[in-house]
Design a protein around this ligand. Structure first.
Ligand code: ZN
Length: 337
């Protein structure tokens, strides 16, 4: 007050200008807060584009352009090689040769931007070559960071003990090679495979102990994109309870939030409900376990759009800043390599 009384009219305006400048800079900088890393990205090779009937391809340089538009420094590129084992597609000839070629193509793409991209090996965990392919990827600098599993696309049924047995071998192999496990754990949606509390408990009791040293990144907050499936929340709750109990089995579990905000039929109609529920689950997990991700950009859901949707979650500035700067342990290891 005293300061204002002592200032002349001109100084007063100058003072006001500075205050306004700081105020608007804070707002603009707040809005520009951007995640450092996109933890869930894919490329689209000519081979996979043909397989899934996509009209174009999406290369590392296409991804870098999208990352630059969004202000993302790095991205984790998950190989789509598991698509060749997808049992819900017509079988392909020389399947394992094509899986290897796809993982190698991904590695070659990532290699072009070693400071920006980190590659992850893709496999169908139920195939007889799964362990051999992880061993092979473990020797490749551009694939050895981790393994990507897609339970929906590989039609994994956690209620089937034979599937659990194969998955345990995959988890043990990844763990032995210090590879992260990035898993879309939601069961197949098209065939309405069972998914919920029971399956998440099998994951917690039988799979996580098989990889006690690996970072396990559960994709899409345990869902399959969007946030409108009670089964997803049921499955997620199993992990959230274990986290609240400081259960050692979940000490290395992280969640990526790719495809959660901004996607799904309910996003526009039930947005308020969705954003508040997602924000509350994020808080229950603890923001340090949450990794930003946006998923394949060729679908039109670009990182710019994914970040805008993520910013609609009612999180505090501090919470957003923690998520934006989270460094999963496997990224720290990559840094040292
Ligand atoms: Zn994905």
């Amino acid at each position: 007050m005293r300061l204002l009384q002592c200032t002349t009219g001109r100084e007063h305006i100058q003072h006001l200008r500075i205050v306004l400048l700081i105020f608007f800079t804070t707002i603009v900088c707040g809005a520009q807060s951007t995640p450092l890393i996109d933890y869930h990205q894919h490329l689209l090779s000519p081979e996979v584009a043909k397989l899934i009937g996509a009209s174009g391809t999406f290369s590392a340089s296409d991804l870098i352009a999208e990352m630059d538009r969004a202000g993302l420094r790095k991205a984790v590129v998950l190989s789509l090689a598991y698509q060749f084992g997808n049992p819900n597609r017509p079988p392909v000839q020389d399947e394992y040769a094509r899986v290897k070629a796809e993982n190698d193509w991904t590695a070659e793409q990532v290699k072009q931007y070693p400071d920006r991209l980190v590659g992850v090996c893709g496999i169908d965990p139920l195939r007889e070559y799964a362990v051999a392919e992880i061993e092979r990827c473990a020797k490749n600098l551009y694939l050895r960071t981790g393994v990507k599993l897609h339970f929906g696309n590989s039609d994994v049924d956690l209620d089937n003990p034979a599937h659990v047995g194969l998955l345990r071998k995959v988890f043990q192999t990844a763990d032995r090679h210090h590879m992260a496990i990035i898993v879309h754990m939601h069961a197949n949606v098209t065939h309405h495979r069972p998914y919920g509390k029971k399956e998440a408990e099998i994951f917690l009791n039988q799979l996580l102990p098989a990889a006690p040293h690996s970072v396990v990144q559960i994709a899409h907050l345990a869902g399959s994109g969007g946030w409108d499936d009670p089964a997803t929340d049921e499955a997620l709750s199993v992990f959230l309870h274990a986290m609240a109990d400081r259960d050692r089995r979940v000490a290395h579990v992280y969640f990526d939030i790719s495809g959660v905000a901004g996607l799904g039929d309910a996003w526009e109609s039930k947005k308020d409900e969705i954003v508040s529920e997602v924000a509350s689950r994020i808080r229950q997990a603890g923001v340090r376990r949450i990794l930003f991700g946006s998923d394949g950009a060729w679908t039109g859901f670009t990182p710019v759009k994914a970040i805008a949707a993520y910013h609609q979650l009612p999180l505090t500035k501090d919470e957003i800043s923690t998520i934006d700067n989270n460094l999963a342990p496997y990224m720290k290891v990559t840094k040292q390599r």
